[in-house]
Design a protein around this ligand. Structure first.
Ligand code: AHR
Length: 363
């Protein structure tokens, strides 16, 4: 495997780069409750990961030695995923000193494993994985390790017994996102004078076994345990897609005629659920029959809140390209990197000036 060495000048420029990310900062400025802050175990706020991790890469390009990065992406199932892909494609450019080999696994773990093996065969310099699910990665990560190729995880986590199989992980704190959602709901219901009322909920989960599903479900379950008047009627996977979200909501509406709250584990599922609610002759949003909440905070979720359909969205920041680039630059420089890097995230609801926030929103 061809290894690259960056100039001392390049390294110095990179280590000085500490710039906050647009989405997280905007959210924090808008309304970030204490619960949305990076947890204590977060070693480094990844929002500091150079939005301009591209800066040093100009020098890498000038040296004529591109760093080859294989990115095993989950798929193209959601607006969030599209923004994440764009973040990587716009960061890992030849102009910035990289050659990106991008693979879309179409939400299938076996496709990601094949992609990783192909990256190993191609002797890439780094492998980046946003794993579809958490388990089942040991063998292929051992193969990457034997080939001497560093692996960086982004977005979702892998559940591996040996954490030397990857260099670092950067992403959102999914449990915290779920807990923030539960806390928001408690406050909202209290404000509506429904704090003591029996509240019937359903959850449209993400891809079962994905960190975003596991964490958000767990976070919400933690809050459910604090409210004896909250009842979870049903949970089914909507695979993080709008079409499946709609299908699952249609089935919930047939089974239960007294749903008060639907928790969608991403925005796209919520868009499908809202279509199903309307098609069933019911209403949703702040003035409607059913409270709808979701995760991600993509632009279309702001439009849905402005339209009065969605009540709130809990942020998951997808702009990981520059953060991963910063990790790579540090590894190139022989520097230590923080193993676990959480991104700061906030939430948005219809009490806020959504038009203004949307006008500045990066994704
Ligand atoms: O892992 C992040 C999740 O994956 C996002 O919430 C979702 O939109 C995507 O599919």
């Amino acid at each position: 495997m061809k290894r690259k060495v960056l100039s001392a000048l390049l390294i110095a420029a990179m280590t000085m780069a500490t710039v906050g990310c647009g989405g997280g900062q905007q959210a924090a400025d808008t309304q970030a409750p204490a619960e949305t802050e990076a947890p204590a175990e977060a070693e480094t706020p990844a929002d500091d990961a150079a939005a301009d991790a591209e800066a040093p890469a100009d020098s890498a390009a000038a040296s004529g030695e591109l760093i080859t990065v294989g990115y095993a992406q989950v798929g193209a199932e959601s607006d969030w995923r599209t923004a994440n892909t764009e973040s990587f494609k716009s960061t890992f450019t030849e102009e910035n000193g990289y050659k990106l080999i991008f693979d879309d696994a179409q939400q299938k773990q076996e496709n990601q494993i094949k992609a990783i093996r192909s990256f190993i065969q191609q002797e890439v310099d780094y492998i980046v994985v946003a794993p579809v699910v958490e388990t089942g990665w040991e063998t292929v990560l051992e193969e990457a390790k034997e080939a001497g190729i560093p692996v960086i995880l982004s977005d979702r986590m892998m559940d591996v017994s040996d954490d030397t199989l990857y260099e670092a992980w950067v992403g959102g704190n999914f449990v915290k996102e779920g807990e923030t959602c539960g806390d928001w709901l408690a406050t909202y219901l209290e404000e509506q004078g429904r704090g003591e009322e029996e509240i019937n909920m359903v959850t449209i989960q993400g891809t079962i076994g994905a960190s975003a599903q596991v964490g958000r479900t767990e976070g919400m379950a933690n809050k459910l345990a604090e409210h004896s008047n909250w009842k979870m009627l049903d949970m089914q996977s909507g695979e993080f897609t709008q079409a499946k979200g709609q299908e699952v909501m249609e089935s919930f509406l047939k089974s239960y005629d007294d749903i008060d709250v639907v928790i969608c584990e991403n925005d796209n599922e919520a868009f499908g659920a809202i279509d199903a609610i309307k098609a069933a002759g019911k209403t949703c949003g702040p003035e409607g029959d059913i409270i709808v909440v979701s995760f991600d905070s993509v632009k279309a979720a702001f439009e849905s809140m402005i339209a009065g359909d969605l009540n709130a969205t809990f942020e998951c920041n997808p702009l990981h390209g520059p953060r991963v680039a910063e990790i790579i630059q540090k590894l190139e420089a022989g520097e230590a990197v923080d193993k676990i890097q959480y991104v700061d995230e906030a939430y948005f609801d219809t009490s806020m000036d959504l038009e203004s926030i949307l006008a500045e929103r990066a994704y």
